[in-house]
Design a binder for this molecule. Structure first.
Ligand code: ADP
Ligand code: MG
Length: 394
């Protein structure tokens, strides 16, 4: 993959794609700036190399202009984090005035690229039309929005093809970590999967089963596995359509000698609410009108023991409804076990990365916390990511 070292940076104007798709509260305040912070090393490297840095990014999924999805608050937060003013252009394709006014080493952010429908158009010629507008003022393109490299979008793929282009530091690091998890992870290798739906992670299970020593299952996806074992799950979230696929995974794991572990106990609740009445039950005793919302204490202990002995650990998907304190214990236990593990530990983005921050686990204790949810899953599925493919070769 081409890197910053492959570009001629001094005196250039660089179009830098970042992932600034941050969560906002109802007042429009940024609630987690992991992704903005993740872009700082590349921005600083470009500044130090003597480039003008013009950042392209999106927020949410607007159809046309949506004022609540403006990147203006991100420009303010980025200014604070960088310690210098970030100019903001209200035009997603960039206005010449803002770009001309930049000195070498200065930074501008353009308005939400998705305000222009050509950004996400299914028609490659429309995407190319938008990219050509950016390419007029830019000398080079740097791709550093890992969270969007699985997308074919004007500011991800088309622009990369029009200019000298390379991966930024974040994309380079994320790619290196995930490549190592796909090929060449040190053993014992443990993968922990959770989250709400098994259907979202079938591809990952399929791809990783032949590579791992242990696969630990938690979260909402565990209940489809219980169905596959012929157990009752009450009102727990499950996807009966995937029972056969999951049965296939159980057989495959046995054939391959993979230690596929399912929770042995659960925290069940009488309703989906923070103040629900809860109970700890064995997996064979989930009561009819209750729902499992977290893994139980024995499961936490068993999973922590496996994690402690692993040389590589990857985790994607919370073990329970961690947003409610009553059901956060399983997720916290896994996060703490990983934090204490001396092996190479990776959190695969999305809600698991958010959980670690919300539950106040020391982020420094992990080797890598991905900024890309969907992208990291697709990488682990072994899929080709178009935003990375365009950066390959010399
Ligand atoms: P990730 O983004 O890490 O891949 P997902 O998006 O698949 O994870 O799932 C995250 C969501 O799963 C969280 O909002 C969490 O509340 C929910 N979840 C976890 N366990 C359960 C459960 N037992 N029942 C319902 N929802 C659950
Ligand atoms: Mg998610």
């Amino acid at each position: 993959m081409r890197t910053l070292a492959d570009l001629v940076l001094p005196g250039s104007t660089v179009a830098l794609r970042c992932d600034f798709n941050v969560p906002l509260d109802p007042q429009g305040e940024i609630t987690d700036d992991l992704r903005i912070a993740g872009a700082l090393p590349t921005i600083r490297a470009l500044q130090q190399a003597g480039s003008r840095v013009v950042i392209l990014a999106h927020l949410g999924r607007p159809k046309g202009e949506v004022s609540s999805l403006s990147l203006a608050p991100v420009a303010r937060r980025l200014s604070e984090l960088l310690g210098s003013t970030v100019a903001f252009s209200t035009n997603p394709s960039g206005d010449q005035r803002v770009i001309d006014s930049l000195e070498l080493g200065e930074v501008a952010l353009l308005e939400n690229t998705r305000f222009d429908p050509r950004e996400t158009s299914k028609d490659p010629s429309e995407r190319a039309e938008l990219a050509a507008i950016w390419a007029k003022w830019a000398d080079a393109f740097v791709s550093d929005g890992f969270g969007v490299v699985h997308r074919e979008q004007a500011s991800v793929t088309e622009l990369a093809n029009m200019l000298p282009s390379a991966a930024g530091l974040l994309v380079a690091r994320e790619s290196e970590v995930f490549a190592r998890l796909l090929e060449g992870a040190e053993r014992p290798y443990t993968v922990i999967l959770g989250g709400s739906k098994v259907g979202d992670k079938l591809g990952v299970i399929e791809s990783l089963l032949p590579k791992v020593d242990s696969l630990l299952i938690g979260g909402g996806m565990a209940y489809t596995f219980l169905l596959a074992m012929g157990l009752e799950v009450g009102d727990s979230i499950s996807q009966p359509d995937f029972v056969d696929t999951v049965k296939g995974f159980l057989t495959k794991a046995e054939e391959l000698g993979v230690n596929l572990m399912l929770p042995v106990d659960f925290v069940v609740a009488d309703r989906f609410a923070p103040d629900a009445t809860t109970q700890i039950v064995e997996r064979s005793d989930i009561p009819a009108h209750s729902m499992g919302l977290d893994i139980g204490p024995r499961t936490r202990e068993l999973y922590s023991q496996v994690i402690a002995k692993s040389a590589t650990v990857v985790w994607n998907g919370p073990m329970g409804v961690f947003e409610m304190p009553a059901f956060a214990g399983g997720t916290l236990a896994v996060a703490q076990a990983m934090a204490a593990c001396p092996g190479f530990t990776v959190i695969g983005g999305g809600d698991s990365a958010a959980a670690v921050r919300i539950l106040d686990v020391n982020e420094q204790a992990f080797d890598h916390i991905s900024t890309g949810g969907g992208a990291s899953l697709e990488f682990l599925e072994g899929k080709e990511l178009p935003g990375l493919t365009v950066l390959k070769g010399k």
